[in-house]
Design a protein around this ligand. Sequence first.
Ligand code: FES
Length: 108
Amino acid sequence: MPILEFKGKYIRITSDKPLRNQLIEAGLSPHNGQSQWFNCKGLGTCGTCCIRIEPALCSEPTAMEKSRLNFLPFRNGLQKGFRLACQTRLLSDGKAEKGKGFWGEEFD
Ligand code: FES
């Protein structure tokens, strides 16, 4: 079972459900601020569950994820290492980060 480092904690992740669900269950929401309440609940359309994952092996991006990460504010998000936690399943150990801002795509 892969282990993910996120927000200074290490959690075991199963590959049978999306990362977003497991992070929320662990009390480590991938949403910032008000996006915790204003989001698409895992449909892959809002982009507010965006996280940057490295160097983990993950499921292939879904068509919805590819589309959303190519649109504002991400633009070529997959090339920047962004994934949508609601569309992603973790397949190996790794580390995830959440940036600043409503979507969490702002990194220093
Ligand atoms: S929760 Fe909306 S894209 Fe993931």
